[in-house]
Design a protein. Structure first.
Length: 820
């Protein structure tokens, strides 16, 4: 509110990012999600509680002395061949088999077993069989006994064959048994052969076993590797924004688990997110406007100690740990021990128990963190959260949403033992670190016309509190590196410094064993080159704390761009390689969080003050005051806190009108002359000789042409008017220079009037260097020694029209005939 008859001389503002509490966490768990419509997989077990590759069966020819079987008894079960049968008759193939005794078996008062290693068969389905080559000598079961047994899914041994009558074979023959019901969904399938009990008389050679095979007969088996691709996900599917995604995974030594993020609309991999050897990745670096739907592709390869298993895939800010797969994967105790070594998991109780403090890794969140929800089942323990390296705070359970006062961008979690307890018990871990993106395109937009007068009006400014854009306003760039030559990635950083700095880097079409990155400012190196090639497979290149301190010191006190209240400095990330490096480099996903607060004092001539005074002039007075709104616009969902800290006014004239010749909606740089005539009424100032008073009292005329990409401001003394042509170059000006003379015609600035009325008439051309602008505002204001009056202003670029649009110029032409 401003008293009628007064204009704004100064306004102090603060714009601050704020947290937005939204429930967006989501997760994929269990068979219903792993085999959901739209999921695509090959060689994968999607039927269990964990996603893993299909088992590839088993085969033992016993040629390897490390065959893995457990041979019971002393000199009962042996590896090799029965010496009484010889190396030919004692084996079916190769040179070794399993057998009992050299020669005939003796009296046996118990059963001795040869037992296979466990075979993980969680995903086994269909028809399976056990087959082996057998040469057997055994008396009737009335006196002697042999057995073939398998271990079922409940862990019990089940008999699939035993002898009835006497068997005394002279050669090997294949035996096959249906084991389908025992193999299905069995995490620890095994087979064993038994001999005994036997009586005191009539003995034979016993078992000679070779080429044992467990395989499907019309069932499904694996090859030691597999690929699984999720159904599309994203804000339009489940409401979950592109945020941090976490795999709750167990990756045994030697095994491979690689993640690739795919653009669901194009079916192509997202650069920077291919073949990542990580279990967590920040999808917040992916532009949701360009890639609204994503798919996650996982590649599994079995290692010597088993295959990878993924218990859950959590995204949209959710953290979910399936304790039976890998309790609190990647967490550590104060000594660096993993949870499996620091605590115990009870399968029967479904609980993980520990007596120490376990802490998660630090994670970065480009999409911000605005709220937390604790849905854990935790007894005798306390869950704590640390944001942006601050203090640890207890997060109460119960599933309630806790909204923060400010947006955070890094997080750590820990569980410690509660006072009075010796250990804590965890049966379920589920925490939502809910995204709250830093405000994008936060600006004050008087009139809500899309023309921001103050704030982050340019895409290159990024988000308030997080720089995530390059200087061209894009999030990513792709460039060719030829012979290792420099590839420059420029961006703006706040002069007050950043809390962290990281980039996503990918190498396409070729590779290199060395890729250096350095940071430069104004052509000078501020962070020395270091090799970032090892970080490519981990998705992010992080600046060390030492290099970050060096960068912040160099930024301090500098300014290349930015709105009033927020100074930005251009920084260049420069990549180089060896002379053999010929490749395509993709870089982007910039992560540079900083204090999301802008405070400023705006004075006459600033576009916001001009726009406010223009709006005041159009507002109808009510009860002696004029009211205008200060709308804050955002280009994407977010939250801000906006405060008018101070407002100062001065007595003002009344704007009568502003005319224009030619009357157009778009200004065209070049040959066109534009003439404006503004008229003012100073009755409320109590003068009857307004034009003369301005000449004698030291008033100025100020003209401002303002657009998002640039501005021209010219201030001339009323006492010097009229001015024509090049005489206007003597006025004070900033920004772009308007054209007052082109050699043939001249512009002008004149002032006249009578009584309390005065007018200003001006004509000029716009320089051709002025680029396309979506909108523009031209204003004329009178400035007294006490401050500016309400301006006469006009906005260009309404609707589909451009504000400023350069014309097409003809530089040359010719005629070409068939003869030349």
């Amino acid at each position: 509110e401003v008293d009628d008859g007064r204009s704004i001389a100064r306004v102090d503002l603060t714009l601050e990012s704020a947290a937005l509490g939204r429930s967006t966490g989501a997760a994929l768990t269990g068979a219903s999600d792993f085999d959901a419509p739209g999921a695509v997989y090959e060689g994968m077990d999607v039927n269990g509680s964990a996603l893993t590759i299909l088992p590839d069966g088993a085969f033992w020819d016993f040629e390897d002395p490390n065959h893995g079987w457990t041979l019971g008894g002393t000199n009962v079960w042996k590896h090799g061949f029965d010496s009484t049968l010889g190396s030919t008759a004692g084996v079916s193939s190769g040179q070794n088999a399993l057998y009992t005794y050299d020669g005939n078996y003796p009296y046996m008062s118990t059963t001795y077993w040869a037992t296979s290693p466990d075979l993980p068969c969680n995903g086994c389905a269909g028809s399976w069989e056990l087959s082996f080559m057998r040469r057997l000598g055994i008396e009737s079961s009335s006196w002697d006994h042999v057995y073939v047994q398998v271990k079922n899914a409940q862990g019990n041994w089940v008999q699939v064959w035993t002898n009835s009558g006497t068997i005394n074979e002279n050669s090997f023959s294949q035996q096959s048994y249906d084991i389908s019901t025992h193999v299905a969904s069995n995490p620890n399938f095994a087979v064993r052969f038994g001999l005994g009990t036997t009586d005191y008389s009539v003995h034979y050679t016993g078992w000679n076993i070779d080429d044992v095979r467990i395989q499907p007969s019309g069932g499904v088996t694996g090859t030691g590797e597999g690929t699984w691709t999720s159904a599309p996900f994203g804000p339009d599917v489940d409401g979950a924004p592109h945020a941090r995604l976490t795999l709750d995974a167990n990756v045994p030594s030697g095994a491979v688990l690689e993640a690739t993020v795919i653009d669901a609309l194009t079916g192509t991999a997202v650069p920077g997110y291919t073949n990542l050897d990580v279990t967590t990745v920040d999808l917040g670096a992916i532009d949701a406007a360009e890639r609204p739907l994503l798919r996650l592709q996982l590649h599994f390869e079995e290692g010597s100690e088993g295959a990878p298993a993924v218990g859950s895939i959590a995204y949209g800010g959710r953290l979910l740990h399936e304790l039976e797969v890998m309790p609190l994967a990647m967490w550590t105790d104060p000594s660096g021990n993993e949870p499996a070594d620091a605590g115990t998991f009870s399968t029967s109780a479904g609980a993980f128990v520990a007596a120490t403090t376990l802490t998660s890794p630090v994670t970065t969140h480009r999409s911000g963190i605005g709220a937390v929800r604790n849905s854990c089942d935790l007894t005798d323990g306390i869950l704590e959260l640390r944001l942006d390296g601050g203090a640890w705070t207890e997060i109460q359970d119960g599933g309630g949403l806790i909204v923060f006062e400010a947006i955070a961008h890094t997080a750590e979690l820990r569980i410690r033992t509660a006072a009075g307890s010796n250990a804590w018990t965890l049966k379920h871990f589920e925490v939502d670190l809910l995204p709250s993106p830093a405000p994008s395109g936060a600006m004050v937009d008087i009139g809500a016309d899309g023309t921001g007068e103050w704030g982050l009006v340019e895409a290159a400014h990024g988000r308030l509190g997080l720089q995530d854009r390059l200087t061209n306003g894009a999030q990513w760039m792709e460039a060719n590196m030829i012979g290792g030559a420099d590839v420059v990635v420029p961006f703006l950083l706040p002069a007050d410094g950043v809390e962290a700095l990281s980039l996503v880097v990918d190498v396409l079409s070729s590779d290199t064993n060395l890729l250096n990155m350095e940071l430069r400012m104004d052509g000078n190196t501020v962070v020395q080159p270091f090799d970032v090639r090892p970080f490519v497979d981990e998705a992010e290149v992080h600046l060390s704390s030492t290099d970050l301190a060096t960068l912040n010191a160099a930024l301090s006190g500098q300014r290349d761009a930015g709105p009033s209240g927020l100074d930005f400095v251009e920084v260049q990330a420069v990549f180089s390689g060896p002379t053999s490096a010929n490749l395509v480099l993709v870089a982007g996903g910039l992560f540079a969080p900083y204090s999301g607060v802008m405070s400023t004092s705006l004075v006459p001539g600033h576009p916001l003050v001009v726009a406010l005074n223009g709006a005041l002039g159009e507002a109808m007075p009510m009860n002696g005051v004029r009211r205008v709104s200060l709308p804050v616009a955002l280009s994407a969902p977010g939250a801000v806190q906006f405060t008018v800290d101070d407002l100062r006014t001065t007595a003002s004239v009344e704007v009568v009108g502003l005319s224009m010749t030619p009357d157009v909606d778009t200004l065209v740089p070049g040959e066109d002359w534009y003439r404006f005539n503004a008229s003012f009424d100073a009755t409320r100032l109590g003068t009857t000789t307004f034009a003369n008073d301005m000449r004698t009292q030291g008033w100025d005329v100020r003209m401002v042409l303002h657009a998002p990409g640039g501005a021209a401001e010219v201030t001339c003394s009323v006492g010097a008017l009229p001015l024509t042509g090049d005489e206007l170059n003597g006025c004070s000006d900033t920004g772009q220079a308007l054209i007052w003379s082109n050699g043939d015609e001249e512009g002008h600035l004149t002032l006249g009037g009578s009584g309390a009325l005065a007018w200003v008439d001006v004509a000029f051309q716009i320089p051709v260097a002025w680029a396309d602008e979506p909108s523009a505002v031209f204003s004329i204001s009178l400035v007294s020694p006490a401050g500016p009056m309400l301006p006469a202003s006009r906005t260009f670029g309404a609707g589909a029209a451009m504000g400023i649009e350069p014309d097409v110029g003809l530089e040359d032409w010719w005629i070409e005939t068939s003869s030349g």
